[in-house]
Ligand binder design. Structure first.
Ligand SMILES: O=C(O)C[C@H]1C=CC(=O)O1
Length: 96
């Protein structure tokens, strides 16, 4: 199952630079672990926003939730998930 996931980050304004740097570093480590696993196929920055568009290929909605909710920034993101499938007119059927 393939999902397009948009994640918009909203950090508390009261956080120190050190606390922000720490969670960003842990986020990088976690998302790169999932990207290395092959399940997180694409990670793109939305220009001009603290937001990303990602494509994940997973076995189930439960696995998608497991991955997204493991991110340190999960409690601080607004997340929109779109399930996608093959288009009959597409020239390519694979995402990688
Ligand atoms: O910077 C972001 O868009 C938030 C976040 C989600 C995955 C990741 O590596 O960073």
């Amino acid at each position: 199952m393939v999902y397009v996931v948009e994640m918009e980050v909203h950090l508390p304004e009261t956080w120190s630079e050190k606390k922000i740097a720490d969670i960003i570093a842990r986020e990088k480590e976690c998302s790169q672990k999932w990207q290395s696993s092959g399940k997180w196929k694409y990670l793109w920055r939305v220009a001009g926003k603290f937001s990303n568009i990602s494509v994940l290929e997973v076995e189930s909605p439960d696995e998608l939730h497991q991955i997204i909710s493991s991110l340190p920034l999960f409690p601080y993101m607004t997340i929109n998930v779109t399930s996608i499938c093959k288009h009959p007119n597409a020239l390519r059927e694979t995402i990688l």
